[in-house]
Structures are given as structure tokens and as C-alpha cells.
Ligand binder design. Structure first.
Ligand code: ILE
Length: 445
């Protein structure tokens, strides 16, 4: 059977942007920035996106498009009898870990959407949004229902195939989300206390930087660009060889970053206006945003629209994560797309059940240090596996491929910046990633 293909280059770009823009830009970016001191974190994050993220993204697309296979198959195709494909399995492991918690958070977003439809969140609940949110996530069954619903939607899109599903939806929803976020940002900066929030986000306090903050910024750059997990490699593999990659890659990277910054401009003024701690972790946006909506004119409609679009953004990212193992199992075991999507989706659902219970009956379970179940899975995936996946990608393109192969696979052959890119892929990115690791485990100071 012929391999599936995107309908057009624009379709590919939108799908890849759909993958990049998701909960990572709004939910994860804001709380990780909040926990890691704001401004200085932002600068590190931006540095990593442009210096390492976007160049490695181009390398990841190139491997996928050249290999024309899934994350394991592409490596095997391009370097038979070499152990590179093990990096592919690492990507599959990341996709399970990430979707395991991603779908739970997306379920919370769907629940919020529903509460804006039925009117319960139009005014501040008696207990306040904070306690209401805590009540939701510590409940045993309610979050499981919404998380299940989200997984069903994700599976449905993935089993419909590449072209018909999200390629269409992304065209409408992403621009709408962008417009809405900008409007919210304009509103948010008028809140009392906004200045303090903006200072927190934009004024670097270098004293806050330590090895943990650096690792967190690297992890966030990878997470947000969907990098190192094989999603972009798999998406790249559905692209015909005739389409050019560099401009698409830069477009995707910039767009993803702008979304994160604008989301920060929405959230941090509200954090200060409502006197919430910036370091309150994963619940942050679920408490601050409804607070903004409750104060603004037509807030209930804005809230409804916002959580609808956030859920859609999460969906277009989740499908790219599910696609990683689905594509692998389809090829490796000759499973149908339908069977593969359902089977793997269900396994991921159950992983999510563990994550969800981690906020309730299992809230005392802390697999790594004092990190709960979600945070532990996120730590292993985002701060360790994704950068390692990125390291493998950079080494593969930089060293396994000849200069000629690398330049032609990435369509960089005639571009002036080709040696800059190659230098980053060969030296800078691997060295940075390794140094950051060594530093975070305390080997270098
Ligand atoms: N890049 C997306 C996001 O930022 C997903 C990350 C795919 C796992 O939400």
C-alpha cells in the first residue's frame, strides 16, 4: 500500500504547527516559567528555541522525509545495521509518557469548556476557582470521564488518517486561537497589578538561574516544538520529497514561540492581579484564566471560546503524539490504522488514569524526589528523553550523514546559512545538550 501523504505543503505546515502549538504554549509554558523565575527563564528558553530547537527541528524533518517511515523505520532505512533506531524507540517511549499526562490535562480543559457551556463558571463559584479546580482534579471519576472523552477524540482523528482529519480543522481553529489570545493579552495588561506580572515575565533576574532552570528551559523548548519525540519526524515522512523544508521549519518555530509569549502576557498580569503564586505549578492557568474571564465584559463567552480552542489546540498536538507509535506499530506488525490507533490509544488512556489518580487517591505517590506522578513523567520525558532524542537527531544528521547528504536532505544546499546550520547540528547543539545534562546531574558546576 502506498504511504499516506499530506494533501499540500500548507497542509503539512498547518499540521506541524498544530502539533507544536498546544497545551505546552499556554498551560506548561506559563507554569514552568512561573516556577523558574520568569524573565531569565524566558531568555534562556528563547535562546534554546533559536539556537538549538529550530535547527534540530529541521534535522528531524529531514530524517523523516528522507527515511519515509516512522520514527524507528526512518533510522533503520537510512542507516541499516546501525544502532540509531534505538533513538526511535526512545521517541516511542516519550510519546507514551507525554500523552499519558497530556490527555489528562486536556480533559481538564474539556471540563472547563463544558462548565462554560452550562453556565457554572460564568460567575466565580462560592469556593473560588482555585478550590473548585482542586476539587475537580482530586475527584476520582470526573476527570477520568473527560480524559476518556479527549482520548476518544484523539483516536478518532488518528484513525481517519492524515489528510481528512486535522489538516482541515487546523486551518480554521489555529488562527482563531491566535486572535483570541491577542485580544486577551490586550485586556490582561489593563488589569491592576499587570505591571508586576509583565516585569516578572520580561525582566530577567539572573540570580534565579541555576542548572535546574537551564534544564527546564531546554526541556520546555523541546516540548513546545514537539521535538525529539518523533512526532515531527513522522509528520515529515508524509511529505513528498519535492517540498522545501527550511522556510516551513522557521515559520513553525516562530509561530510556536509567539504563541507562548502572548500566552505569558495573558497569564502573568492575572497572576499578580489575583494574587496567585506564580510558582503554583500545573494548576496555574486553570485558576488565573477563569479569574480574568469573570471580570471582563462578555467573559463567559470568551471563556467558552477560549477553552474550546485550547482543547482543539491540545487535540491537534495529541494526535501528533499518538501518531508516533501508531505509525510504528502499523508498519512493524502490519496492523491496520484503525486497530493500531484504538489499541495504543486505550493503553495511553490507562496510563492517564494513573496520572489522574495522582491528584487524588494517589497524591502521596512521588516517583522522583518530591515530584508527583504527572510531574515525574513530564520530567523524565521532557527534560531527559526529548533532549536525548534531539541529541541523536543532531548527531545522526551531523555525523552519520555526509555534508552533502545532510544539505540535500534538508534542502539547505543553496542557502547562505547552510554552514551555520550544519555547525550547529554537528557541534553546538550536541555540546550544549551534553553540557546541560552534565551540569544538571552535578558533574560540572
Ligand atoms: N508541542 C505540543 C505542545 O506544546 C505537544 C507537546 C505536542 C508534547 O503542547
Amino acid at each position: 500500500m502506498a504511504r499516506e501523504k499530506w494533501a499540500s505543503k500548507l497542509g503539512f505546515m498547518l499540521a506541524a504547527m498544530g502539533s507544536a502549538v498546544g497545551l505546552g504554549n499556554i498551560w506548561r509554558f506559563s507554569y514552568v516559567a512561573g516556577e523558574n523565575g520568569g524573565g531569565a527563564f524566558l531568555i534562556l528558553y528563547l535562546g534554546f528555541v533559536f539556537l538549538i530547537g529550530i535547527p534540530v527541528l529541521l534535522a528531524e524533518f529531514s530524517i523523516g522525509r528522507q527515511g519515509q517511515s516512522d520514527v524507528v523505520g526512518s533510522y533503520k532505512e537510512l542507516a541499516p545495521n546501525k544502532p540509531w533506531y534505538l533513538a526511535g524507540f526512545m521517541g516511542i517511549a516519550s510519546s507514551f509518557l507525554i500523552l499519558g499526562f497530556y490527555s489528562v490535562v486536556a480533559g481538564w480543559s474539556l471540563y472547563y469548556f463544558w462548565n462554560y457551556i452550562n453556565g457554572s463558571f460564568w460567575t466565580i463559584p462560592d469556593a473560588g476557582y482555585g478550590a473548585t479546580f482542586e476539587g475537580l482534579i482530586s475527584n476520582t471519576t470526573t476527570p477520568l470521564f473527560w480524559h476518556g472523552l479527549f482520548m476518544v477524540l484523539t483516536i478518532l482523528v488518528v484513525l481517519t488518517g492524515i489528510k481528512k482529519g486535522i489538516e482541515k480543522a487546523s486551518k480554521v481553529f489555529m488562527p482563531t486561537l491566535a486572535v483570541l489570545l491577542v485580544l486577551l493579552a490586550i485586556y490582561s495588561v489593563t488589569l491592576e497589578g499587570a505591571g508586576e506580572g509583565l516585569r516578572f515575565l520580561f525582566q530577567p533576574n539572573w540570580a534565579k538561574i541555576d542548572s535546574g532552570v537551564i534544564l527546564a528551559a531546554l526541556g520546555q523548548a523541546f516540548f513546545s516544538l514537539s521535538l525529539g519525540m518523533g512526532a515531527m519526524m513522522t509528520y515529515g515522512s508524509y511529505l513528498p520529497k519535492s517540498e522545501s523544508l527550511p522556510s516551513a521549519t522557521v515559520g513553525i518555530g516562530i509561530m510556536d514561540t509567539v504563541f507562548a509569549i502572548v500566552a505569558g502576557i495573558v497569564i502573568f498580569p492575572a497572576v499578580y492581579a489575583f494574587d496567585i503564586s506564580a510558582s503554583s505549578g500545573p494548576p496555574l492557568v486553570f485558576i488565573t484564566l477563569p479569574g480574568i474571564f469573570a471580570q471582563m465584559p462578555f467573559g463567559s463567552i470568551v471563556g467558552l471560546l477560549f477553552f474550546f480552542l485550547l482543547s482543539i489546540a491540545a487535540l491537534s498536538s495529541a494526535i501528533s503524539i499518538l501518531e508516533v507509535p501508531v505509525a510504528y506499530f502499523m508498519r512493524r506488525f502490519k496492523w491496520s490504522r484503525r486497530f493500531s490507533s484504538i489499541f495504543i490509544g486505550v493503553i495511553m488512556y490507562f496510563l492517564g488514569v494513573v496520572v489522574s489518580l495522582g491528584f487524588g487517591v494517589w497524591s502521596g505517590v512521588t516517583p522522583i524526589g518530591d515530584l508527583g506522578i504527572l510531574d515525574s513523567m513530564d520530567y523524565v520525558a521532557s527534560n531527559i528523553l526529548l533532549p536525548l532524542g534531539g541529541l541523536a537527531i543532531a548527531l545522526f544528521v551531523g555525523w552519520q550523514w555526509s555534508v552533502k547528504e545532510a544539505l540535500s536532505a534538508s534542502d539547505m544546499t543553496n542557502l547562505g546559512v547552510r554552514y551555520v546550520w550544519l555547525g550547529i547540528i554537528k557541534f553546538l547543539a550536541p555540546i550544549f545538550i551534553v553540557l546541560i545534562f552534565l551540569q544538571s546531574i552535578g558533574i560540572i558546576g
